[in-house]
Design a protein around this ligand. Structure first.
Ligand SMILES: [Zn+2]
Ligand SMILES: [Zn+2]
Length: 225
């Protein structure tokens, strides 16, 4: 993607993206092309450029572990600094402060792709920095109930938990099918117990949406809200 996108352009793209997500959640049809056209007219860029930017947004959301829009397949060619701006726009829009990950992960992937990658020295004493982040207050009873319900089995792959925790219990993690950061509820009808593998995949995997759809279809207590 070429540089030179203003923050205003990125902000407008993110706002439309969120609007499309809201529509998708409500089961309303989304005329994606109309959004691209509006943006193209407003900023004098091609519709195609905005379509691609929207796919970049899907990619950034997948790095953030957030859900992305069906039909807007993540496209990874986005600069780290643009990704950082887009991630910040999301946190501003949500009124939440989350740990920034997109720019770091994009730089990592650029490194992985390089033909020759010198062995780095790293840093024996990495600098720490204090940040303020948003944390949702959750009900322990919801997690306890869901873990009990799942027993020893991941509710996604239906395989036994891969190991026991230090407490001797099968290790499963709680996942909110609609994430709290996206307005999801802290209720048992929005939560599942997953093995760490499925949990990572449902946040970051290419098939994240299919896994979520599978959960809604197969875990009877789940409700779409
Ligand atoms: Zn699993
Ligand atoms: Zn989760």
């Amino acid at each position: 993607m070429s540089d030179g996108w203003s923050n205003e352009e990125l902000k407008a793209a993110v706002e439309f993206y969120v609007e499309m997500q809201r529509k998708e959640r409500a089961g309303q049809p989304i005329a994606k092309k109309q959004y691209y056209r509006k943006l193209a007219q407003r900023f004098g860029r091609s519709e195609k450029a905005f379509e691609h930017r929207m796919q970049n947004i899907s990619y950034i959301l997948s790095l953030m572990g957030r859900s992305w829009l069906t039909g807007l397949k993540p496209a990874k060619n986005v600069d780290a600094d643009v990704a950082d701006q887009i991630e910040k726009l999301f946190t501003q829009l949500d009124g939440q402060k989350l740990v920034a990950v997109a720019a770091f992960e994009i730089a990592v992937r650029e490194g992985v792709r390089q033909k020759t990658l010198a062995k780095p020295n790293g840093n024996p004493s990495p600098k720490a920095r204090r940040i303020a982040i948003t944390q949702f207050q959750r009900d322990t009873a919801v997690k306890a109930w869901v873990l009990r319900q799942a027993g020893e089995v991941c509710e996604c792959c239906e395989q036994p938990a891969p190991f026991n925790g230090a407490d001797g219990l099968p290790y499963l993690e709680l996942h909110y099918v609609r994430q709290l950061a996206e307005g999801g509820a802290d209720t048992v009808s929005n939560a599942v117990a997953l093995c760490p593998n499925c949990h990572r995949e449902i946040h970051h995997g290419a098939n994240a949406q299919a896994l979520t759809a599978w959960l809604y279809d197969n875990v009877a207590r789940l409700l779409r809200d």
